[in-house]
Design a protein around this ligand. Structure first.
Ligand code: NAD
Ligand code: ZN
Ligand code: ZN
Length: 349
């Protein structure tokens, strides 16, 4: 089969012929229905050798849904709640050790043994979903999709889950009259706007450099859309009634967006950094509003993925997707890099 693989750091990935994997004991082979393209893939391609502890080559694609194609020895298919061959599933992306305290809680995104694993999951150090088939090392990483379309469900496993995890920890701050700000309305941001509207009574303000993204933000429920730039902080403060925002989600993470976040977060608010653009913010007294909290959350837990899928099944959130064939993957990444993707680009192998 053809697979889109990272073969060298800071080298363009390539479509290569690789064998269809055979599931070994405990493993599950998934037929890929859709693999979302995340901006993190661009960071992974761009960062120099030594930044990430991954061995090369590996197949990209860490946002995947599809169908159980085959199971290895010892994977139950008859027991209550067991997987069935042909069943549609979402692939939970952060693959922990499965044995530490965090992993046993389902918090594999914060696995205590992550440092020794040399991979964060399929598409991030191990073979991912930019191929017709993907090998998943354990049935515990698969969550039934029910009647969700795998192409629209794929982005829920990262763009949806990461946004949900980042928002959920701040929900107690979001009361009637509160303001939440989403900086960067791309794959993650357009899910974050919908999740905020589904989960809280806060008004939602979107900020982006692109007019098309601001239009998408309004379409998916943002109460206000503010162009990035000199005037952005003033406009956001105005919308918040001059109080500032209880929650600011920075889905970009540059010096510029972090500075904006610090300007608009309210005292005792949460400034939540999700984007990996590599910027930083000076932290000190009088540098951030009094009693503001800063956090850099990572991905989400497997039970949170179940919650995100429930919201999608209930019709409360929906990923906007642009579909591409596997042979068009380079073009899709080019569009993502140039900021032209509306919602999420999903490859349908
Ligand atoms: P994306 O390319 O789909 O969206 C980024 C959006 O930000 C675009 O709409 C773009 O127009 C906008 N933007 C760019 N510069 C801006 C600026 N200065 N001000 C306002 N808006 C700006 O990217 P994505 O896939 O949604 O990922 C967003 C970021 O989140 C990436 O850095 C990615 O690596 C990171 N990420 C982090 C986690 C995590 O667990 N922390 C998980 C997934 C992705
Ligand atoms: Zn990602
Ligand atoms: Zn673990």
């Amino acid at each position: 089969m053809q697979a889109y693989r990272l073969t060298g750091w800071q080298q363009p990935p390539e479509l290569q012929e690789v064998p269809v994997p055979d599931p070994g004991p405990g493993e599950v082979l998934v037929r890929v229905g859709g693999a979302g393209l995340c901006h993190s893939d661009l960071h992974v391609m761009d960062w120099p050798a030594g930044t990430l502890p991954y061995d090369l080559p590996f197949t990209l694609g860490h946002e995947v849904a599809g169908w159980v194609e085959a199971v290895g020895a010892g994977v139950p298919t008859e027991a209550p709640g067991a997987l069935e061959v042909g069943q549609p599933v979402a692939v939970y992306g952060p693959w922990g050790c499965g044995r530490c305290h965090r992993c046993r809680q389902g918090v594999e995104n914060l696995c205590e043994n992550a440092g020794q694993l040399r991979a964060a999951g399929g598409g991030l150090g191990r073979d991912g979903g930019l191929a017709p088939y993907m090998l998943v090392p354990s049935a515990r990483f698969l969550v039934p999709l029910g009647d969700l379309d795998p192409v629209e469900a794929a982005p829920l496993t990262d763009a949806g889950l990461t946004s949900y995890h980042a928002i959920k920890r701040s929900l107690s701050l979001l009361l009637p009259g509160s303001t939440a700000v989403v900086i960067g309305v791309g794959g993650l941001g357009h899910m974050a706007v919908q999740l905020l509207k589904a989960l809280s009574p806060a008004q939602v303000v979107a900020v982006d450099v692109s007019q098309e993204k601001l239009a998408l933000a309004r379409e998916v429920g943002a109460d206000a859309a503010v162009p990035a730039g000199e005037e952005a902080a003033g406009s956001v403060l105005e919308v918040s009634g001059r109080r500032g925002a209880e929650l600011v989600l920075d889905m970009v993470g540059s010096d510029q967006t972090l500075a904006l976040a610090a300007q608009v977060v309210r005292p005792a608010g949460h400034l939540t950094l999700v984007g990996l653009a590599g910027g930083s913010l000076p932290f000190g007294f009088f540098r951030v509003p009094l009693e503001a909290s800063l956090a850099a959350p990572y991905w989400g837990t497997v039970t949170e993925l179940m919650e995100v899928l429930e919201l999608a099944r209930a019709g409360r959130i929906r990923a906007h997707v642009e579909r591409f064939r596997l042979v068009e993957v380079e073009e899709a990444y080019r569009r993502l890099r140039s900021g032209a993707v509306r919602g999420r680009a999903v490859v349908v192998p």
